[in-house]
Ligand binder design. Structure first.
Ligand SMILES: Cc1cc2nc3c(=O)[nH]c(=O)nc-3n(C[C@H](O)[C@H](O)[C@H](O)COP(=O)(O)OP(=O)(O)OC[C@H]3O[C@@H](n4cnc5c(N)ncnc54)[C@H](O)[C@@H]3O)c2cc1C
Length: 701
């Protein structure tokens, strides 16, 4: 039998795990490849890693500790598909509905006249049986245009029906125009007809449709002024129509922009718009400034941490490439299966990473923990050596066993290594601040330099997947970083941002927060600086709390983290997160959680804490986290940088493949689906099969 092809995967995040899965998921693949994952520290998952540790209020509990709130969108075909396959192999308790909660209420908040207002946003659930990861449903660009036109038409109809007739004489013409627009389907027919022309002959200019959308915006300001004339006593109606107007304006602008560049988009996909920021593109398409700075647009930047200096309090440094942003927006809204969004009922470590680990282990994938990559060496254009720091060594003869049982019996990851399994574990345990996932960590003194020689006979011909994230790559890839190279251009172009997150265990249940809607939301565009919030109360059931101490709810918030020149210690970064969370709580209790307000500020007793913790000290017992260093930094998709991304098989070295949400993978956004797609692409390139044919890798089916 021929020797198996060795594959070395560096890093153990979602991209790495997807690559390993794609190289080991059938008998035939298992007979061909011998896969080993080298991971720093004690756990897998990267930015998706979560751990378990006690909450100080109940030392017997095992609370979930995440890198940050993770929402999986219903359009994540590849990620869900892989996970479904793992669940099917493992059986109970792994099913989508035991691990995930379906969410269709994703409201926004908007700041109007000195107050935060709720902007409800509900998506229709799919009928039962429509499942994520089964039969992808990604809209093509012509379908998108058609649906946007229908949306504009529908919203115009609503506005025309509801706009009172009492507006000024000079606005009456706008109202009449609106009535004409919705009463004259010829406009719509002209537009829709041309969508079909677009799919049949993408190179043809779409003049009638351009005229139609131009007409919409020409008269638009009059309609907006008419909405403003609605009496303040009817604030609800006024807000509702203003929001319909904003969405219709953005949709009409998008139709105009997409059709104006249809020929290029039809051939090259939405990426042709990536040289501009989304707001710049909307402006070029004639969207109204109020719509461009509205909550739906801000919400997309918030969702993707899209602020280059981490400051989301203004739009000053907001930046997301227009094509990538539009692709995400459209797939979220139009390409979902089952529900628009899914959150986890347990930690991401239990719902996703542990089942993947177990299936990969069964598939024969080997895991080497505590191997931190420090450098690569090339010989004649080939990767010849990987330089590691071996951070710790398991006790003689036994590989490190990373999994522990969470209270519900689920396989999970501890928040700290199990030192009892490690040689000199006691010594390590006594080093204050020792953190195997941080390059700023103090050392314990027994680390070893290890070199993996890829030219040795057993590894001869080995292929290497570099699945470490971009924030760490400048430190470890100087061998690839020659001046003027594609690698140097990529490192110089791609931007990352620090993120912050807080998990708040509450003494009040969801109703007790006083939020003005009974449906538990997964929300964004909320008060700064943690503009994304989700009620995650189902997680509490898996945390093993004593009955008397059990939190009534748990709330997750996160956002980008403003660095002001950077943090040189984990303590400083954490302090910044604590200050920001305190500020957010003050904002939020005034805006949407009146039940947590007392004496004009946040009522600190709303946070679960141990007996001795008073006032703001209760905050330090919640789980607060800064992701500001190396690979933990979030990868941005800023304007003008897509062209600098490299594909999985870019061949920066002959035997090197790339995986991560930072590659050119077709989605090109910092998200789980992009990471999974990139890992699959690296594996398929190694296998020599078409790497980019998976659903979602192109804007055309
Ligand atoms: C706070 C936060 C919230 C997010 N929310 C969402 C969300 O709601 N939905 C969504 O889809 N996406 C979300 N994301 C993005 C998502 O987490 C990433 O897109 C995804 O995890 C990237 O996976 P990756 O494999 O490319 O990189 P990573 O997860 O960064 O994996 C890199 C791997 O390399 C390892 N590594 C790093 N340095 C070294 C070294 N020197 N030696 C050895 N190993 C090393 C790391 O430990 C890790 O295992 C969020 C990210 C953050 C930070």
């Amino acid at each position: 039998m021929p020797a198996k092809q060795p594959v070395i995967i560096l890093g153990g995040g979602m991209a790495a795990l997807a690559a390993a899965y794609e190289l080991s998921c059938t008998d035939e693949l298992r007979s061909r490849y011998s896969v080993t994952i080298y991971q720093r520290g004690w756990r897998l998952g990267g930015k998706c890693a979560s751990g378990r540790a006690a909450h100080p209020a109940d030392t017997g509990s095992k609370r979930v500790e995440e890198h940050g709130l993770h929402v999986w969108f219903g359009f994540y075909y590849n990620a869900f598909h892989m996970l479904r396959d793992c669940y099917a192999q493992l059986g109970q308790p792994y099913t989508i509905d035991t691990m995930f909660e379906r969410r269709n209420s994703t409201p926004l908040m908007e700041y109007q006249n000195g107050r935060w207002l709720l902007w409800p946003l509900d998506f229709p659930p799919d009928p039962p049986g429509v499942e994520p990861g089964v039969n992808p449903n990604l809209p093509t660009v012509p379908e998108v245009i058609l649906r946007l036109i229908r949306l504009v038409h529908e919203y115009l109809q609503h506005i025309a029906n509801w706009l009172p007739r009492t507006v000024d004489e000079d606005l009456q013409s706008s109202v009449r125009w609106l009535e004409h627009m919705v009463a004259a389907p010829a406009w719509i027919t002209a537009g829709v007809g041309n969508v079909f022309a677009l799919s049949a002959a993408p190179h043809k200019p779409i003049l009638p449709m351009l005229t139609w959308t131009q007409t919409v915006t020409d008269r638009w300001h009059g309609v907006r002024a008419a909405i403003d004339q609605i009496s303040p006593a009817q604030a609800h109606l006024r807000n509702e129509l203003r929001r319909l107007w904003i969405i219709a304006d953005l949709a009409a602008a998008a139709v105009r922009g997409l059709t104006a560049e249809a020929a290029d988009i039809a051939i090259n996909g939405l990426g042709v718009l990536d040289d501009r920021d989304l707001r710049e593109w909307f402006e070029q398409c004639g969207a109204h400034p109020e719509a461009i700075s509205s909550a739906p647009v801000r919400g997309l930047y918030d969702l993707c941490f899209g602020y280059t200096d981490g400051d989301s309090s203004s739009f000053a440094t907001a930046n997301m490439a227009a094509g990538t942003a539009l692709r995400c927006m459209l797939r979220i809204g139009m390409g979902y299966r089952g529900a628009v969004a899914y959150t986890m009922k347990v930690g991401m470590g239990e719902a996703v990473i542990a089942p993947l680990y177990e299936v990969l282990r069964r598939n024969g994938v080997r895991f080497e923990f505590f191997y931190r990559v420090d450098g690569l060496e090339l010989v004649a254009g080939k990767l010849a050596m990987v330089n590691f720091t071996r951070q710790a060594v398991p006790q003689t003869g036994s590989p490190y066993a990373p999994i522990v049982n969470a209270p519900a019996g689920l396989a999970s990851w501890p928040s700290r290594p199990d030192f009892s399994q490690l040689v000199n574990g006691n010594q390590m345990q006594n080093v204050a601040g020792l953190d195997f996932e941080s390059n700023l960590s103090p050392t314990w003194g027994g680390e070893q330099i290890v070199k993996l020689d890829l030219t040795q006979p057993e590894l001869n011909g080995a292929k290497v997947v570099l699945a470490i994230s971009i924030g760490e790559l400048r430190r470890i890839t100087s061998a690839l970083d020659s001046p003027g190279s594609e690698w140097a251009r990529m490192l110089d172009s791609l931007k990352t941002v620090a993120t912050q997150s807080a998990q708040l265990w509450m003494t009040k249940d969801f109703a007790g927060l006083g939020y003005p809607d009974p449906v538990r939301p997964a929300m964004n565009a909320g008060p700064e600086p943690m503009d994304v919030w989700s009620d995650m109360t189902p997680v509490v059931a898996s945390e093993g709390w004593q009955d008397a101490l059990r939190p009534a709810s748990v709330q997750y918030i996160c956002g980008p983290l403003k660095e002001d020149g950077g943090f040189d210690s984990a303590q400083l970064a954490r302090q910044a997160v604590e200050n920001n969370t305190a500020a957010w709580l003050q904002n939020m209790c005034a805006a949407a959680w009146p039940g947590t307000s007392a004496g004009g500020g946040f009522d600190w007793s709303s946070l679960v804490a141990s007996g001795g913790a008073q006032q703001r000290a209760r905050l330090s017992e919640q789980y607060l986290r800064a992701n500001f260093e190396g690979s933990e930094r979030y990868v941005l998709s800023t304007a003008g940088t897509t062209a600098a991304r490299l594909k999985a098989d870019a061949k920066a070295a002959a035997n090197l493949y790339l995986a991560g949400d930072w590659t050119l993978n077709g989605l090109n956004a910092g998200c789980v689906e992009a990471a999974v797609m990139s890992g699959m692409q690296a594996a398929r390139a190694i296998r020599g099969v078409p790497a980019y044919s998976m659903p979602g890798a192109s804007d055309w089916p």
